[in-house]
Design a protein around this ligand. Structure first.
Ligand SMILES: Cc1cc2nc3c(=O)[nH]c(=O)nc-3n(C[C@H](O)[C@H](O)[C@H](O)COP(=O)(O)OP(=O)(O)OC[C@H]3O[C@@H](n4cnc5c(N)ncnc54)[C@H](O)[C@@H]3O)c2cc1C
Length: 366
């Protein structure tokens, strides 16, 4: 029997696994997808050789010490988000954008050279290969009093895993929607799981690669907002790497989930035409890639198709407590009392769970 089974190979699950590995404890990590990282995904699909973040792009070192420290510990190279003093504002679909003096839009945000996928790869390198189990979709969790049973589907094959402690580093809403618990979780706890939005799960990002950051020649920062009702991108930013040897623009799609589905085939063309309106004809030279997180089964629950108004208050106490006599823990950024929803929160949640697991071990071995 395993000491600890971790379900979910996003940043939270991987940080817990890396902490347990450093303490020499026995554990295994089970992940539904064939890859690690969860919402963290860097890909060079838009520009060969330039890994662009299709999930998280930024961290803020002034207020997010955990992710800043992890990046430093892993020896990765951070750089400042290319920003500037101006931002374009497109408020009329039939007019040129206005140039506003807004100051740096991203408030001291940092990126990681090579994208946040490098954080995931570096954490994975710290783990013995045999501890990682891909393609394991958690279906049920059963309390067997002195241990917990996890029921997975690997393809069509059922797999049962027994562990003394179980960490579910999976966003709360996905657990409530897709996983059964025996005995059933209390109704108020289920309601809390349901009421906890998965941050950014219903969003879609567009990225567009270019040979060079041509918008800088015209004095543009790459930052833009579009506020008219027909806009497809609400916010645009410079997604180039640090030396801008390879250039890219990124943006957040404003269309709601259902419209994105019906406009799927034409969406890249609509994105391109908005970029042309903002930055001129040079923006025609690229085919945008749209990554729609709402279509990702292991990120987006049905409730997450409707995004919350603003950033939710995360870290409900019930999600931070252990359950089933200290055998069951809820992880994921959405359980964090600090930085909830962000990568910082995923690390805060991991730190909390690592402390609790250490305490449990100390109590059971003395
Ligand atoms: C488009 C976008 C932009 C973002 N921008 C930023 C940003 O700029 N800065 C920032 O700090 N944060 C940002 N975020 C949020 C950030 O990505 C998350 O806070 C962080 O990645 C959460 O990590 P996690 O491990 O808690 O959850 P996840 O990354 O969601 O990991 C959960 C894991 O559980 C797995 N899983 C799910 N269901 C099952 C199942 N049934 N069985 C087994 N495994 C399962 C998933 O495959 C996944 O690997 C953004 C997110 C998105 C999508």
């Amino acid at each position: 029997m395993l000491d600890t089974a971790i379900v979910g190979g996003g940043l939270c699950g991987l940080a817990i696994a890396s902490g347990l590995a450093a303490r020499g404890e026995s554990f295994a990590l089970f992940e539904a997808r064939p890859r690690l990282g969860g919402r963290i995904l860097s890909s060079d699909v838009a520009t060969p050789g330039l890994a662009i973040d299709l999930g998280p792009t930024w961290y803020w070192p002034d207020t997010q010490p955990r992710i800043a420290r992890l990046i430093a510990d892993l020896g990765l190279t951070p750089f400042a988000q290319p920003d500037g003093e101006t931002v374009l504002h497109l408020k009329d679909p039939n007019a040129q954008p206005d140039t506003l003096s807004a100051g740096p839009v991203h408030a001291g945000a940092r990126r990681v050279s090579g994208g946040f996928g490098t954080v995931i790869a570096a954490l994975a390198r710290r783990l013995p290969r045999e501890t990682l189990h891909f393609g394991h979709v958690l279906m049920a969790v059963v309390d067997r009093l002195d241990h917990v049973e996890l029921h997975f589907l690997r393809g069509y094959e059922p797999v049962v895993v027994k562990a003394r402690s179980v960490v579910l580093a999976v966003p709360p809403r996905l657990l409530e929607e897709r996983v059964s618990f025996a005995p059933a979780l209390a109704a108020p706890l289920r309601q809390i799981l349901r009421d906890t939005p998965t941050w950014m799960a219903g969003s879609a990002k567009a990225v567009c690669g270019f040979e060079r950051p041509f918008w800088r020649d015209a004095g543009h920062t790459g930052n833009a907002f579009a506020t008219h009702p027909q806009a497809v991108l609400g916010e645009v930013f410079d997604a180039s790497d640090e030396p801008a040897a390879r250039a890219a623009l990124g943006g957040f799609v404003t269309l709601p989930v259902a419209l994105r589905e019906s406009f799927k085939a034409g969406l890249p063309m609509l994105v391109r035409s908005q970029l042309v309106q903002l930055f001129g004809r040079s923006a025609e030279r690229s085919t945008p890639h749209v990554h729609d997180w709402a279509t990702e089964t292991y990120t987006c629950s049905t409730l997450d198709h409707t995004p919350p108004d603003g950033h939710p208050e995360y870290g409900n106490r019930a999600l931070r407590l252990s359950h089933w006599n200290d055998k069951l823990y809820f992880g994921s950024s959405e359980t964090a009392s600090y930085g909830g929803g962000y990568m910082e929160g995923a690390l805060e949640a991991a730190g909390r769970i690592l402390k609790e697991l250490a305490l449990d071990r100390a109590l059971t071995t003395h």
